[in-house]
Write a protein that binds this ligand. Structure first.
Ligand code: ADP
Ligand code: GLC
Length: 603
C-alpha cells in the first residue's frame, strides 16, 4: 500500500526571492536558500566611473595590507575615524565559568592524525560561516562547514567553527552547549553596546563556538530578508573576531565562508588591526557568488561601524551608493578560494561573474579553486541507517533494485524495478537548470521512466512540478519539502540524478549520487564539469552523461543517451554504476590542499 506523501509549500519563498539574501523556511534544522533576482544584482562595475584597474595597487598583497595603514585605496574626503580595537573590555567581560570536568571541551589535538600527516606542522584555523550541518543547513554550505573541519583535524589542524546560535538549532544540540563566557561589544555608529555570549560544543575533534545574541539570532530562521540580515551578519562578523580575542585563541588562519562572513577580513584589517588577532591570515571562500550582501552604504556603514575609507570602489562600494559585503571581503582577504577550479575561472567572466567579474579578475592572483568532497561517515550506502537496504559496490546491482521498489512504494509510483528512475534533489531556483527540466518532462515520459523531485524554492518551480505530478500520476512524484531522510532514499533508489545547472560552484548532489551508484546527468559547468567525466561509449569509460550549452534539447539528448545505455546495454550501465561507487570523492585530497594553502599562508 503506497504511503501518503505529506507536502509543504515554502510560504516565504516568493517574498524572500525579492531580496538579495537567502530565503527562509526552517524545517527542523533546515531552510532553503533563495536566489537573488536579476534586478537586484549590483550594477556591473563597468557602469561605474572609476574602473577597478584604476585603483593604484601594485599587487594583490598590497591591496590587502594597505587599507589599514592608509594605503592606496581611494578614501572619502572626510577622513574616517578608525574605531579603536574592539577587544572586550575587562569590566564588561563576564568571567569564563569553570566548566565541570566532563564538560571541558576536548581539544582536537586529542584526535591523533596519521603519522605522515602529523609530521607536517600543526595549524590552527577558525572557520566562520552562517550554517553548518547538523545544527542548521540550507544547502551545500552547511555540508562543507561540517565536513571540511572534520577532515582538517585529520590533516593535523586545530579547528574551531564559529557559528550564530540560531533559535532553530535543535534542542538536542542546544542542551549540550557549554557556556564559555560573555562580554559586551560596540558595533554601530551610535555607540550602543551589544551582548556577545559564547556557547561551546565539541564533536568529532572540532570545537564549535556559537555566538549568542537574542536580538539577532532569536528569529528562528538563519536567513530572513536583507533588512534583518545586513545588521545580523555585520554583528556576527565582528562578534566572531571579538570572541576569538576574548577566548585568547589566536589562530594561524581565519577561514571565512560566503558573504555572511565576508566582513571578517575587513574588520581584521581595520578595527582589529592592533589586536593579537591581526597576525592571522584570512581566506574567504566563495560558495555561491550570487549571494553578496548588498545594501545602501549609509545602512551598512551604520551597522558595521566600519571606517569610511572601506566604502571605496576598490573595496565595499559598488554602483553609486551601494555597499557589497562580499566585494569588501574579497578585497581584504589574503586568499580567495572557491569550490572548484572551473568555477574559479568562470566567475572571472561576465556571464558567471554576477557583476564582480572585474573585481575578481583584478584579484585573480590570490584566487584559486579547490573542489569539495563528501563526508563518507554521513554518505555511505553501506551504513546509512536511513536506507531501506544497505549496499556496497558488490551488492549494489541487486540492492538498488530493492531500494527502488521501496521508494516507489513510499512515493506512490508504479512499483517496477525495470523502470528508469530519475531523481532531482535541489533548491528550486533558476540556478539549478529547472527551466530546462520543465521544458522536456513530457518528452522524457515514455512509459518506462519515472521522475522523483525533492526540493523547495521558487513558487513557479514548485507549482510546475506539482502540475507534472498530477499530469503523470504514478510516474512523476514531486516532493515539495525539505527532508533529509527522503533525500538519502532517493540517492539510493534512483538510477540517475539530474543536475543541469545554469551555474554550479561545485555541487554536492552529483558527488553523493555517484557514491550511491546513481549516475549523474549534468551540465558541464563549475564543479559538475570537474567531477563528472562524460561517458564514452567507445571505451566504456566515464562517470555520467553531460551536455555543454544551456539548452533543453541537449539535456534531453543526455537523458536519452543514459536511457539507451540503461535499456540496451545493461552490462555497460552496471559497470558505470560500479565505477561511480569506486570513485574517490572523500574530503581527503581537498583537505590536503587546504592544509597546504594554510602552510603557505602562515609561512
Ligand atoms: P546548493 O548548496 O547550491 O544547494 P549542493 O549540491 O552543494 O547545492 O548541496 C545541496 C545539499 O542540500 C545536498 O546535501 C542535498 O542533498 C541537500 N538538499 C537539497 N535540497 C534538499 C531537500 N529538499 N531535502 C533534503 N536535502 C536537500
Ligand atoms: C553553494 C553552491 C554549490 C556548492 C555549495 C558548497 O551553495 O551552490 O554548488 O556545492 O555551495 O560549496
Amino acid at each position: 500500500m503506497a504511503k501518503k506523501i505529506t507536502k509543504k509549500t515554502s510560504k516565504t519563498a516568493s517574498k524572500a526571492a525579492a531580496e538579495n539574501s537567502k530565503g527562509a523556511e526552517v524545517q527542523v534544522a533546515a531552510v532553503m536558500k533563495e536566489d537573488l533576482p536579476e534586478k537586484e544584482i549590483p550594477a556591473p562595475e563597468s557602469a561605474v566611473t572609476v574602473p577597478e584597474e584604476a585603483v593604484p595597487t601594485a599587487s594583490a598583497e598590497a591591496v590587502i595590507q594597505e587599507p589599514a595603514s592608509g594605503g592606496p585605496l581611494t578614501r572619502d574626503a572626510e577622513a574616517p575615524e578608525i574605531t579603536e580595537p574592539s577587544q572586550p573590555e575587562a569590566e564588561h567581560a563576564a568571567p569564563v565559568e569553570p566548566a565541570a570536568e566532563e564538560d571541558v571541551p576536548q581539544s582536537s589535538a586529542e584526535f591523533a592524525a596519521p603519522e605522515e600527516i602529523a609530521a607536517t606542522p600543526r595549524k590552527s584555523v577558525a572557520f566562520i560561516g552562517s550554517e553548518c550541518y547538523p545544527f542548521v543547513k540550507t544547502g551545500g554550505l552547511g555540508d562543507v562547514m561540517y565536513a571540511l573541519p572534520k577532515a582538517l583535524v585529520k590533516q593535523n589542524c586545530d579547528v574551531r567553527v564559529i557559528l550564530p546560535r540560531y533559535k532553530c538549532i535543535h534542542w538536542e544540540y542546544q542542551e549540550k552547549m557549554v557556556y564559555r563566557g560573555a562580554f559586551d561589544m560596540d558595533l554601530c555608529a551610535d555607540g550602543r553596546r551589544y551582548y556577545v555570549g559564547i556557547m561551546e560544543y565539541v564533536w568529532d575533534g572540532v570545537v564549535y563556538d556559537f555566538i549568542d545574541n537574542e536580538e539577532f539570532f532569536a528569529w528562528g530562521n538563519p536567513y530572513t530578508d536583507l533588512v534583518q540580515d545586513i545588521p545580523k551578519y555585520c554583528y556576527f562578523a565582528k562578534a566572531a573576531l571579538a570572541a576569538l580575542n576574548y577566548m585568547d585563541w589566536i589562530p594561524d588562519i581565519i577561514h571565512c565562508h560566503d558573504w555572511q562572513a565576508a566582513l571578517v577580513p575587513v574588520y581584521l584589517r581595520t578595527q582589529f588591526e592592533h589586536t593579537a588577532l591581526s597576525s592571522a591570515k584570512t581566506i574567504l571562500t566563495i560558495h555561491n557568488l550570487r549571494f553578496q550582501g548588498v545594501y545602501n552604504i549609509p545602512t551598512v556603514r551604520y551597522w558595521s561601524g566600519l571606517p569610511d575609507y572601506v566604502f571605496d570602489l576598490g573595496a565595499l562600494k559598488t554602483g553609486y551608493n551601494d555597499a557589497n559585503m562580499l566585494k569588501g571581503g574579497l578585497a581584504y582577504a589574503n586568499v580567495i578560494t572557491t569550490v572548484s577550479q572551473t568555477y574559479a575561472g568562470e566567475i572571472q567572466t561576465a556571464f558567471y561573474g554576477e557583476s564582480l567579474d572585474g573585481h575578481l579578475r583584478y584579484h585573480s592572483a590570490k584566487l584559486r579553486g579547490i573542489v569539495n568532497g563528501i563526508d563518507y561517515d554521513i554518505w555511505n550506502p553501506n551504513t546509512d541507517t536511513r536506507l531501506y537496504e544497505n549496499y556496497d559496490i558488490a551488492t549494489v546491482l541487486d540492492k538498488k533494485k530493492e531500494n527502488k521498489r521501496k521508494l516507489q512504494e513510499e512515493l506512490g509510483l508504479a512499483q517496477d524495478d525495470q523502470k528508469f528512475v530519475i531523481g532531482l534533489i535541489s533548491r528550486l531556483t533558476n540556478q539549478k537548470g529547472l527551466d530546462l527540466v520543465n521544458a522536456i518532462i513530457p518528452d522524457i515520459m515514455d512509459g518506462n521512466t519515472q521522475i522523483v523531485v525533492l526540493g523547495t524554492g521558487d513558487q513557479m518551480y514548485e507549482d510546475s512540478f506539482r502540475y507534472y505530478e498530477s499530469a503523470y500520476r504514478g510516474s512523476v512524484c514531486s516532493n515539495i519539502m525539505y527532508d533529509e531522510t527522503r533525500a538519502h532514499r532517493i540517492y539510493a533508489g534512483a538510477d540517475a540524478l539530474l543536475v543541469p545547472s545554469l551555474f554550479e560552484p561545485c555541487g554536492l548532489t552529483q558527488l553523493i549520487a555517484m557514491h550511491y551508484g546513481t549516475v549523474p546527468i549534468v551540465r558541464e559547468t563549475g564543479g559538475l564539469k570537474d567531477t563528472v567525466t562524460p561517458y564514452n561509449m567507445f571505451s566504456n569509460t566515464g562517470n555520467g552523461f553531460t551536455f555543454d550549452r544551456y539548452e533543453a534539447g541537449l539535456l534531453l539528448d543526455a537523458i536519452n543517451r543514459a536511457k539507451e545505455l540503461y535499456f540496451n546495454s545493461r552490462w555497460c550501465w552496471d559497470e558505470l554504476v560500479q565505477r561511480d561507487m569506486d570513485k574517490i570523492l572523500s574530503w581527503q585530497n581537498s583537505a590536503k590542499q587546504y592544509k597546504e594553502l594554510y602552510l603557505d599562508l602562515a609561512r
